[in-house]
Every structure is written in C-alpha cells, then in structure tokens.
Ligand binder design. Structure first.
Ligand code: 6PG
Length: 466
C-alpha cells in the first residue's frame, strides 16, 4: 500500500467518522488508537474503505505510515490529553510535520500551544456537525499559520459539507486559536438556539396544552419557512418520536436536566472578558445550569409553584418570536466575534464565518445565507441594523414582545427570549439610564462623568448624606 496522505489519532465516535470520511474522499489515512483492539475493529468494519485505511499499533508505526511532511489529526478529549499526545509525538516527528487538534479545545489552550514553540507545526481546528457531520460533511473552522492550513486545505475542503452554492464549508479563520474560538462561539449560539426552541416548546406544552406530536407538526411546518434549520428539523423529529418502551411521546419520558461539556460556558466567560454583550447565550448557559438542579427546582415548585398558567397566544406569534430571538442572538454572537478579532489581532471574516456555518454544522440554517449577505455589505455594522434584518425585526419584534410579556405574566420561564428583547430595547434607546450610574459612581468614588453639553465640569455638587 502507498503511504498515507494523513494520519488520525483517536478512533472514538467522531474520530472514526472523520477517518472514514477522509478515506471515502480518496485520501489514504493511517490511524492509531490507544487501545489496539479499537484500531483493529475499526479497520475490520471499514468495509470497502478498509483498503485506504492503514491501521497501526504504535505511534512510531503511525508516523512511519504517513508520507512526509506529515499531517496528523488529533481526535482526543480536549485538555490534558491533547498536551500528552503532542508530547508523545514530539520525538517522532520532524519540525515540518503538522499536528491538527480537531477536538473542542478551549481556544486559550490552542493559543498557548501555538505560542509555546512546539517542535512541530500545529493547527487548531473546530469541527462541527456531530457524528453524522464528521462522517458525511462537517463544517470546519481552521486556525493557525495560513501556510499550514493551505497544506491540508484540499483534504479539509474535500471532506467538508457543501453549501447550496457548492462552496465547501471549510475555511481558515485566522492565526493560533482563531478556529477554536469561532467554534466556541458556534457552540454558544448552538446553546442559545436550542434554549429558545425549548422555551417555545414549553409554551406550547404547558401554556397551550399541545401534545408532543402536535408540537412536532408545528416545528415541521416552521421548518418550511424562515426558521428552516437543522435544529428546528430535529426538534420536529424528537417531538414526534414515540418511546419504544412505553409508547408515550419520547420527550415525555426524558429527564429535563441538560448536560454540557463546557463550550457554551466558555463563550459566556469570554464575552465577559471582551465586554461583548451576548445575553441570549448567557441566559441559555444559565438555563442549562438551572435545569441540572432538579431537586431544588422540585422544592421551588412545592413552595412557590402555582404552575404555569394557560396562554392566549397564536402559533404564528410563537414562530415570529423565535425568528426575532434568533436574529438578536446571532447579532450578539457576530458582534462578539468582531470584538474578539480586535482584541486578539485576528482578521476574522464575519461573512466568511456565516458562510462556513451554512452547512454541515449544528447551527446550519437558511437564515445564515441572509446573514452572510448582510455581513458582506458591512461587517462592522451590527446585524440588527442591516436593512434586511432590520425589516424582519420590525415585523417580528411585536410578537416577541407579546410572547415574552404573556409568558412572564403567566409564570412561564423564557429567559433567553426575554434576554434578547431586553438587549434589543437597550440597543434602540439613544438616551439610556447610565447617567444615573455615572452620578452614583461619581458620588461614592469621584469617578467623574462626561456632560451632554460638553462643559468642562466632571464632578457633581454632591453633599454629604446622613
Ligand atoms: C458540534 C457540537 C459538538 C458539541 C456537542 C455537545 O458542533 O458538533 O457543538 O461539538 O460537543 O453538541 O456539546 P455540549 O455537551 O456542550 O452540549
């Protein structure tokens, strides 16, 4: 067999799927897993693709099986395992060999690794789309030296999803941790999209007494309109599914406590460092944390709960509210990316990011086409001010307002939708209320303030309080 074009370490669900995808696109690939039995089974089950897969049983064999200058993808758990794997590879690799961390790394770790002067070339690459995406076409967000990305770009473009216009969803995002940063924000938006859908599901279930299959029909209908997206599509599917054990709707037997591996939290934390407001994502992370507190929530219900009350809302209003919430959330996410680009010195291409997210990834949606177009008009303008989205918001904000207000008045928690609306109302207020905060700060700390009339007087005539 010829030498492999690329290697891959870590044959877990995602690694195995990615390796088969690479082999299927015609690139011979050498693979290695810590447990040799996993490697052997993977090769044995690779079917017709097995002839393009070189199973190896030691790191040295893996390295020897790849044509130099080598490229090796790491698909191992984020964190220490990546550092350990790099250290194990270091004595075996040449300086021009390239290690690609394709896990969900914290981009600060990727920045650190990029700055550490590793004895080989290094890329950090965000990969989205779950197992199905990895196998048949993920969205790929590359980060590191451009020249290193260019070396593997033909492979990444071949295995990536393609947008409707045929463009591969695999792009270099910028230096060092830029790819993992963009993937992190993708995941923050993923949390927010999922939370807003869950809130709307809750209003239908608890406020409108709709059974799960009916909710599924509604999502399926919405998936034909502006909300068309992977997450709405799977929400329809999970709502319609029946439990094989009991025959009940699947959703009705699933515990309401959501797990998380941390990427949403990283987005929220980073946004605070950047002073970038992303309240919809913040609310989604908060709601996941609350969801996990099952016992406390039950105690809360016993003490305070009159239960959510029936709602007088139309399904068309819920759809419009979700459209508005989604636009507001993405506007925040893209503004955060813009802020990060400035803070980290990355030339992050906002329309390019929207284009990469159009297919393959978890947040893929029809709306991302319009977002790419709007961002291309002026990447530094907030998305809510792009004419296309401003008009769409004018048409949908009244529904969002009625949905949030009605939900709150009747005891339904809709923190992400409400956070979007709260932000929007601040963003459309030319004269806000922070003059009060400035006066308070000056009063207790002599922090000073600017005046509206431009006069050169920056402190108030504050007397002593009792
Ligand atoms: C993707 C996803 C994926 C993520 C899972 C679980 O883009 O394919 O974002 O990378 O790991 O969705 O994430 P949580 O466990 O944090 O929900």
């Amino acid at each position: 067999m010829t030498q492999a074009r690329i290697g891959l370490i870590g044959l877990g669900t995602m690694g195995a799927a990615l390796a088969l995808n690479i082999a299927e696109k015609g690139f011979p690939i050498a693979v290695w897993n810590r447990t040799t039995e996993v490697t052997r089974r993977f090769h044995a089950e690779a079917g017709a693709l097995a002839e393009r897969v070189i199973p190896t049983e030691s790191l040295a064999d893996l390295v020897a099986a790849i044509a130099p200058p080598r490229a090796i993808i790491l698909m191992v758990p984020a964190g220490q395992a990546v550092d350990d794997q790099i250290a194990a590879l270091a004595p075996l690799l040449d300086p021009e060999d390239l290690v690609i961390d394709a896990g969900n790394a914290n981009f600060h770790d990727t920045n650190r690794r990029a700055a550490a002067g590793l004895p080989m070339r290094f890329l950090g690459m965000g990969v989205s789309g779950g197992e199905e995406g990895a196998r048949h076409g993920p969205a790929i967000m590359g980060g590191g030296a451009r020249a290193d990305w260019d070396r593997v770009a033909p492979i990444m473009e071949a295995i990536a999803a393609r947008a409707e216009d045929g463009t591969p969803c695999a792009t270099w995002m910028g230096e060092a941790g830029a790819g993992h940063f963009v993937k992190t924000v993708h995941n923050g938006i993923e949390y927010a999209d999922m939370q807003m859908i869950a809130e709307i599901y809750g209003l239908m279930r608890d406020g409108m007494a709709m059974p799960a299959p009916g909710i599924g029909e509604t999502f399926a209908t919405w998936n034909q309109g502006p909300l068309k997206s992977y997450l709405i599509e799977i929400s329809a599917a999970v709502s319609r599914a029946a439990d094989p054990l009991t025959g009940a709707p699947m959703l009705d037997v699933i515990l309401d406590a959501a797990g998380q591996k941390g990427t949403g939290r990283w987005t929220a934390i980073e946004a605070q460092h950047l002073a970038a407001p992303i309240p919809v994502i913040d609310a989604a992370v908060m709601a996941r944390n609350v969801s996990a507190r099952v016992t406390e929530r039950k105690a809360g219900e016993a003490r305070f709960g009159a239960g959510p009350q029936p709602l007088d809302l139309a399904l068309t209003e819920l759809e419009a509210a979700l459209i508005a919430g989604k636009i507001l959330c993405y506007a925040q996410g893209f503004a955060m990316i813009e802020a990060a680009g400035r803070a980290f010195g990355w030339q992050l291409d906002l329309p390019g990011i929207a284009r990469v997210w159009r297919a393959g990834c978890i947040i893929r949606s029809a709306m991302l086409n319009d977002m790419a177009a709007a961002l291309a008009e002026d990447p530094s303008r907030n998305l809510v001010l792009a004419p296309f989205f401003a008009q769409r918001l004018e048409a949908t904000i009244p529904a969002l307002r009625r949905v949030v207000a009605t939900a709150l008045l009747n005891g339904h928690g809709v923190p992400a939708l409400a956070a979007g609306l709260g932000w929007f109302d601040l963003m459309r207020t030319g004269r806000g209320t922070a003059n009060m905060i400035q006066a308070q700060r000056d009063f207790f700390g002599a922090h000073g303030f600017d005046r509206l009339d431009g006069q050169d007087s920056h402190h108030g005539p504050w007397g002593k309080t009792s």
